[in-house]
Design a binder for this molecule. Structure first.
Ligand code: UD1
Length: 413
């Protein structure tokens, strides 16, 4: 999508099945390069980051197909160790091929990865962790060259980086001895990666806690169903809350979305849940108090922009503190252009509710920031245009179709 046009003011109503998780499927796809075998992955989202990852895998020599949420990968043939720079530059998670290729081949060559520009995104935790496992790391002309089969050992992560935890889990699959990760990330997507690897024969304990242990084990192909996408779910809930809507989501695990549900409840939304579904009825919104992002199980940084957009008309003042990324307020100028009152200082944003928003022409800055602009446009009076809407293709499948199915007046070019 280049541009999304939205005429706002219509409440979103209806039922939607949440797609499979972007942040779970990407490390799992990287893992298929680490293990020779055949893989069948169900509930895969039809998003650009998956298409790009499949192309990256094909470039390494894996055979892949994707149809109706079903991905197959055959990684039994010979593999190259260098990934395509143009493709790898398009997404941050391409860095996970480092761990996967080191596990399988004992060498890997990766261009410095891309992804959303959310501030400084160094790879020091990934690389120091790999060095602790005996891998030699040489950055060279915008590429990372890594050599050496990982050894067993203990890696202490000073910050629970999601990507570094995943990369080290993948490298550990090929290690000559047991690997212990201390200070690991605890996100549900880490648990899903561990569940997939366990299906492949890996011996992993502790995923979902700060201490993960991986012991050497024979590995093989597997069938796995990808976790539902808690960030896509948060986006739809925020869109319903912002527009005074009434929405039921199926195929999600509400427990993994607890901090977002709590904020929306405190803001006045009526939310009922079962184990795998959730219904939201929006009332008149009030400021729910402070929203502070942090590593799981704290409030997720990926829902900061969308929840902010949902609360632009909530009465009172909502304070947002972004503690995970140094530059994740890039959506705010666009929200201001639609009439929002937001002041920022450092990692704080203070949102004072306004009685109405109006349409505007804005430009998406990143995936979730773009989704926040869409939510504000849905709640605004009049027409909005969101340019550079390709950012949304990275993480939302059939986005316009799904918006329209819920009653939105939305078009894309
Ligand atoms: C993943 C998610 C992203 C989410 C983020 C935090 C995927 C594909 N992306 O990104 O959607 O917003 O987790 O939940 O799963 N850091 C370092 N050094 C490192 C690695 C990270 O300083 O080596 C810092 C980052 O700059 C950032 C913080 O740690 O400030 C969190 O990053 P990390 O948890 O690694 O996020 P990603 O894995 O990039």
């Amino acid at each position: 999508m280049e541009t999304i046009r939205i005429t706002g003011g219509r409440p979103l109503r209806g039922t939607l099945a949440v797609q499979g998780s972007k942040n779970a499927v990407l490390p799992i796809l990287a893992a298929t390069a680490a293990i020779p075998g055949r893989f069948l992955l169900r509930n895969c989202p039809a998003i650009r980051d998956v298409t790009v990852t499949l192309a990256l895998l094909a470039g390494l020599g894996l055979r892949t197909t994707m149809e109706h949420g079903l991905v197959t990968v055959d990684s039994r043939g010979p593999l190259g160790s260098a990934s395509d720079p143009a493709l790898a530059g398009k997404l941050r998670s391409s860095v996970l091929l480092l761990g996967a290729l080191l596990a399988r081949l004992g060498e890997a060559e990766i261009p410095l990865p891309g992804g959303c520009v959310l501030g400084k995104r160094p790879l020091d935790l990934h690389l120091r962790g790999l060095e602790t496992l005996g891998v030699r790391v040489c950055p060279e002309n915008g590429r990372l060259l890594c050599r050496g089969r990982p050894e067993g050992g203990t890696v202490i992560l000073p910050y629970p980086s999601v990507g570094a935890t995943e990369n080290l889990m993948l490298a550990a699959l090929g290690a000559t001895g047991p690997v212990c990760l201390i200070g690991a990330a605890q996100e549900p997507e880490i648990r899903d990666l561990a569940a997939f690897l366990t299906d492949c024969g890996a011996d992993i304990t502790g995923a979902g806690t700060p201490c993960i242990r991986i012991r050497p084990a024979p590995l093989h192909g597997a069938v796995h169903r990808i976790l539902p996408d808690r960030m896509e779910a948060a986006t739809w809930l925020c869109a319903a809350a912002a527009t005074g809507g009434d929405l039921t989501l199926t195929n999600l695990l509400p427990d993994q979305l607890r901090p977002v549900i709590d904020v929306l409840r405190r803001a006045g939304c009526e939310i009922t849940e079962s184990q795998t579904s959730l219904s939201l009825r929006a009332g008149s919104l009030q400021a729910p108090g402070a929203v502070v992002t942090g590593p799981y199980p704290a409030f997720p940084t990926d829902a900061q922009a969308t929840v902010m957009a949902a609360l632009l008309r909530a009465s009172g003042v909502t304070l947002f503190q972004e503690t995970v990324f140094s530059n994740r307020f890039r959506h705010i100028p666009a929200l201001r252009a639609m009439g929002a009152r937001i002041e920022t200082t450092g990692d704080l944003a203070r949102v004072r509710g306004v009685s109405a928003l109006h349409g505007a022409v804005v430009t998406a800055t990143d995936l979730r920031g773009g989704a926040a602009m869409v939510i504000a446009a849905l709640a605004a009076q009049g027409e909005s245009q969101i340019h550079d809407a390709w950012h949304l293709d990275r993480g939302y499948g059939d986005f316009i179709l799904r918006l329209r199915a819920l009653g939105a007046e939305a078009h894309s070019t």
